[in-house]
Write a protein that binds this ligand. Structure first.
Ligand code: ADP
Length: 271
């Protein structure tokens, strides 16, 4: 595996920036409204490659809206209008030549509640590979094993690959969903509160997995759990009322925030 270029962050006021060549995603002046009601107001930030970036902020500040915009999950909502650009590896994700299926292969998404399909453990992981087509059984078996290993689940399921995915515990189901995403070799994995429905031990396993996966891809995490953001992310963006307030290395944001509003939020003075 080639070593990713280390980002060379530089700060502009309270917003850290990264050179374009170290950035996997570039969000430029992103404004998004639901039925004319703005949820994101001119966000500009870069997400560094092969790092974990967390979006935090009070409920309703726009974290999930932003995450969903990154793989065009708003496309089917006629109420949504947006302006500004999102670049993935330098390419506008709304450019006419971008096929949304291919974008979603490159940018995977994991939701709050594990959503394995009603099929076997093996078939869940093979699902995206079958859609892509062109894979022989042996190669499919190898890729399923690779993805389950990458999601730290192989040892727990290797003897029951044909069992229903629904026979797994909640934490195992979430790691299965991550394996399903990884199987199609995404460049980015978006995680929307991925551990909030899990027990503490399963949460730690998912957090450990997130930290490990950054050697392979770029991760973006939405969480309302600040300890979780502090434990797993390298950089944290604090949003409020649809605006980016502060974006910094996670250690700095949690121990020495630049702005009073960030401090109020992380010290619990703001819901
Ligand atoms: P967060 O993830 O930070 O809790 P959201 O992105 O879910 O915030 O929501 C941001 C704003 O957009 C909120 O005011 C919310 O009510 C609104 N919103 C989110 N999803 C929709 C939707 N599908 N239709 C209309 N408004 C929405």
């Amino acid at each position: 595996m080639t070593k990713p270029p280390g980002p060379l962050p530089f700060a502009t006021g309270s917003i850290i920036d990264f050179p374009a060549e170290a950035s996997c995603l570039q969000i430029e002046g992103l404004t998004l409204a639901y039925g004319g009601k703005p949820a994101l107001k001119g966000l500009t930030l870069r997400v560094p490659r092969h790092r974990v970036t967390a979006f935090i902020g009070p409920s309703g500040c726009g974290k999930s809206t932003l995450l969903r915009a990154l793989n065009r999950l708003h496309d089917l909502n006629d109420e949504v209008s947006h302006a500004g650009r999102i670049l993935l590896e330098g390419q506008d994700i709304h450019a006419p030549e971008v096929a949304v299926d291919e974008l979603r292969r490159r940018v995977g998404m994991v939701f709050q509640v594990p959503n394995p399909f009603p099929m076997s453990i093996y078939e869940n992981v093979a699902f995206g590979l079958r859609l892509l087509g062109g894979m022989r059984k042996r190669q499919m078996d190898d890729t399923v094993e690779w993805a389950l290993n990458a999601a730290a689940l192989w040892d727990e399921v290797k003897d029951r690959l044909r069992a229903s995915a629904w026979s797994l515990s909640g934490g195992q189901q979430q790691r299965l969903v991550i394996a399903r995403s990884l199987a199609v070799r995404p460049e980015v994995l978006l995680l929307d509160e991925p551990a909030s429905a899990l027990d503490p031990i399963s949460t730690l396993k998912v957090e450990e997995l997130i930290r490990r996966l950054k050697s392979q891809l770029t991760l973006v995490l939405v969480t309302h759990n600040m300890q979780q953001a502090a434990r797993v992310s390298d950089y944290t963006a604090f949003l409020q009322h649809g605006e980016l307030v502060e974006y910094a290395p996670t250690d700095t944001l949690f121990t020495n925030p630049s702005l009073k509003s960030t401090e109020n939020y992380i010290t619990g003075r703001m819901a």
